[in-house]
Design a protein around this ligand. Structure first.
Ligand SMILES: Nc1nc2c(ncn2[C@@H]2O[C@H](COP(=O)(O)OP(=O)(O)OP(=O)(O)O)[C@@H](O)[C@H]2O)c(=O)[nH]1
Length: 286
């Protein structure tokens, strides 16, 4: 599904629709991208969710740095959130999700049990920014491909409950919320991972951001993947981008090189790389 450009009217509408949907569910499953856990969270979600049970899913862990994923998980758990990690491209997340969901809603389920309701159903909805993997996650959960339509501005919808093999039903319309815009660095991370519509950023800006980030945080990647020499790596970022453009035979088409670098990152060809660290030093003990 193409990413939309968010205007204030769109945001207000998405927010209103999600508030309506929230009345129908017990549990909110917030889907984020494990490569940018914080940048891929909607700034208003906590406030919207309020008293509902809230589960944070760090999705796309197959593309993220394991150590960083553990650190992020711990960080959010320290913040009091229930956290699940998922590679919903390849793996079925139903069992671990049910475990956490039943735990989060234990009191409610027990009360229903006392009132004689034997097979209580947990009703949930997925929410996240574009491209976080909501549809993929939902499809995996229900074990088939369902036509998932997010609550994008202007998209009419009929809401249905998708049944899983267990006592969990999920709204077939995931809530799509806007990403954070205010900070340039967050915007660059969102663009590199694919959460921002193409055409809303310059590929060379994002490639320069990627080069800078890689040199600082994962210095082994550029020499290993692209065979860059020490001398090339000591160039400033724009000159390095030009050197790479030439090396790959793209003459002076640095936009082509930029696109290649961005796609290589998105496909995991550069390795499993997380673009941001938890705000405080979350100790990794697991
Ligand atoms: N490697 C990997 N890719 C994933 C995973 N989950 C989703 N994707 C990919 O990420 C892209 C976006 O996934 P979607 O499920 O369409 O995301 P969405 O949140 O529904 O996106 P919108 O419809 O834009 O709101 C697709 O190319 C998916 O194949 C994952 O766990 N690992």
């Amino acid at each position: 599904m193409a990413t939309i450009q968010w205007f204030p009217g769109h945001m207000a509408k998405a927010r209103r629709e999600i508030q309506e949907q929230l009345k129908l569910v017990d549990l909110v499953i917030e889907i984020t991208d494990a490569r940018i856990p914080e940048s891929s969270r909607n700034p208003m979600l906590n406030e919207l969710v309020q008293q509902k049970a809230h589960l944070l899913v760090l999705n796309k862990i197959d593309l993220a740095d394991d150590k960083m994923t553990r650190a992020w998980r711990q960080y959010y758990e320290n913040e009091g959130l229930a956290v699940l990690t998922a590679d919903s491209q390849h793996k079925q997340p139903l069992e671990p999700l049910l475990k956490v969901a039943n735990e989060l809603l234990k009191d409610k389920l027990e009360r229903q049990h006392e009132r004689g309701i034997k097979s209580s159903v947990i009703r949930a909805m997925c929410i996240g920014i574009p491209n976080s993997g909501k549809s993929t996650f939902l499809n995996r959960l229900v074990g088939r491909n369902v036509a998932v339509t997010g609550n994008r501005p202007g998209v009419t919808k009929n809401q249905n409950w998708l049944k899983t093999k267990q006592n969990l039903e999920i709204l077939d319309t995931p809530g799509v919320l806007w990403p954070k815009f205010e900070d340039e660095l967050i915007g660059q991370r969102l663009a590199l991972t694919g959460a921002i519509k193409e055409g809303l950023y310059h590929v060379d800006d994002i490639a320069l951001f990627a080069l800078h980030f890689l040199k600082l945080s994962y210095p082994q990647v550029l020499p290993k993947v692209y065979g860059l020499t020490e001398a090339q790596l000591s160039l400033d970022d724009p000159d390095l981008l030009l050197a790479m453009t030439k090396k790959f035979g793209y003459r002076d088409d640095y936009e082509k090189m930029s696109t290649k670098l961005i796609l290589d990152y998105r496909k995991g060809h550069l390795g499993r790389l997380t673009l941001e660290q938890p705000p405080v030093d979350a100790e990794v003990t697991k």
